[in-house]
Design a protein around this ligand. Structure first.
Ligand SMILES: [Fe+2]
Length: 423
């Protein structure tokens, strides 16, 4: 029988209760691993995915390297070689093990990785318990907040990578028994906006990543956004109309990718005797035509928008529309771990699926990356990727906000990515 992970909202009150916030986020990551068997922790199903064991160790290394080794007097690394194994991409920290080979690491064992987590947690607890509110602690709090948000990003990646791993297994493992919801999508309506001079970017209240700043003005023409994401039923119409074999709908790079990869449907979709089905974290099920389409690339989203006679929103149109909406949605804590047709107060701008925008992932005017090695966190990826907004059904609620910028390459589709039309 599959264990059900205990997913409770972990609202981050890092500055008021640092030790409690740290413990809550770390415990959440481990609870997400509760349904896994030991073998599940080790395999890397694709070069862009990481084994669960690596996520557990890498997030721990982040606290060990950026906090304990620099701010805790006398701290010695748990194992010096872990810096090489579990540094992801920080060139200025040192060399690191190739990303595409993470699944070849049978050692350290899963048990040793949990021991590593416990060791770092003990030292983090001691450091945070002794911390006061003096200005000398500001750097500790800044790095702690970043480390916790980093770990929340890896909670989502852990789930998306487990889904990818289970999807290629003919046994169709069930990660988590998902309740079946028979909701209907709301009829598509258009939300009209007058445009004009608007202010976007993080407003300086609470945490934000450096890539959300500085806040700045943009000019928008009048625009309209759909009242919900595109559904699987609408995607089936695109497929049945020959969308995947009509070059006129596709960008050149997209059309080449469709042909080379033989795409005929979103990732995880499979034709069965009963029609289309797809893999979910709750196992293999029939495609729900009412639910938001998910696991589509930017190329597919762009082609669909052209097919529908519309376009994708820019990230600024999306942010202007979302900034007045409540932060409500189908997030990780709803325990569905799958997009739902059910509408909500945010009109699904938040949760369900990350929404592709047509905006290139670029620095905002006056952008300054964090100082030191942490400057590598976001800034060096600002080329050749597109911005996605709003979070997904595997994003922790306390992790998302209207200014949040996620980014992936145009062919990527293993994340919970969908789209909302604009005109
Ligand atoms: Fe990371």
């Amino acid at each position: 029988m599959q264990l059900t992970p205990a997913i409770e909202p972990a609202d981050l009150q890092t500055e008021r209760e640092p030790a409690k916030s740290y413990a809550a986020v770390r415990a959440m990551t481990e609870s997400l691993c509760a349904p896994l068997a030991t073998e599940d922790y080790v395999i890397q199903s694709a070069p862009e995915c990481s084994p669960a064991k690596w996520h557990l160790a890498h997030t721990t290394w982040f606290f060990e390297h950026f906090i304990l080794q620099s701010l805790a007097r006398g701290y010695l690394p748990f194992r010096t070689c872990y810096g090489y194994l579990f540094n992801s991409y920080y060139e200025t920290v040192g060399t690191f093990f190739p990303r595409s080979k993470r699944g070849l690491l049978s050692r350290p064992t899963v048990e040793e990785v949990f021991q590593y987590r416990a060791h770092v947690d003990r030292h983090m607890h001691d450091l945070l318990s002794a911390a006061g509110s003096a200005s000398s602690e500001l750097e500790l709090m800044r790095r702690l907040t970043l480390g916790l948000n980093h770990e929340q990003q890896h909670q989502e990646l852990l789930l998306t990578d487990i889904k990818n791993l289970f999807a290629l297994n003919p046994l169709r493992p069930v990660y988590h028994a998902v309740p079946h919801l028979h909701a209907k999508a709301v009829p598509l309506a258009w939300m009209e906006f007058s445009g004009g001079m608007q202010t976007v970017g993080h407003a300086d209240v609470g945490f934000a990543f450096d890539n959300e700043t500085p806040r700045h003005r943009v000019h928008l023409e009048p625009f309209a956004l759909a009242s919900r994401p595109v559904t699987n039923g609408e995607w089936l119409e695109f497929m049945q109309a020959g969308g995947y074999s009509a070059p006129e709908l596709w960008l050149s790079d997209g059309w080449r990718t469709v042909q080379q990869s033989n795409w005929q449907a979103p990732l995880y979709w499979e034709r069965t005797d009963e029609g289309w089905g797809y893999m979910t974290l709750g196992g293999f099920v029939t495609v729900d035509p009412e639910a938001p389409v998910c696991h589509v690339s930017y190329f597919e989203a762009d082609a669909y928008a052209r097919f529908a006679g519309h376009r994708l929103p820019t990230e600024f149109e999306w942010e202007v529309a979302a900034s007045s909406l409540p932060l409500e949605g189908n997030f990780m804590e709803s325990r569905l771990l799958h997009p739902s047709a059910r509408t909500n107060a945010s009109r699904q701008f938040f949760g369900d699926v990350w929404e592709w925008t047509s905006s290139a992932y670029m620095p905002y005017p006056g952008y300054k990356p964090l100082t030191g090695s942490l400057g590598e966190y976001n800034g060096k990826f600002m080329v050749s990727q597109l911005v996605l907004r709003g979070g997904s059904c595997t994003t922790p609620r306390s992790h998302i906000r209207s200014s949040y910028r996620n980014f992936f390459y145009p062919p990527d589709r293993w994340q919970f990515t969908g789209l909302r039309l604009a005109r």
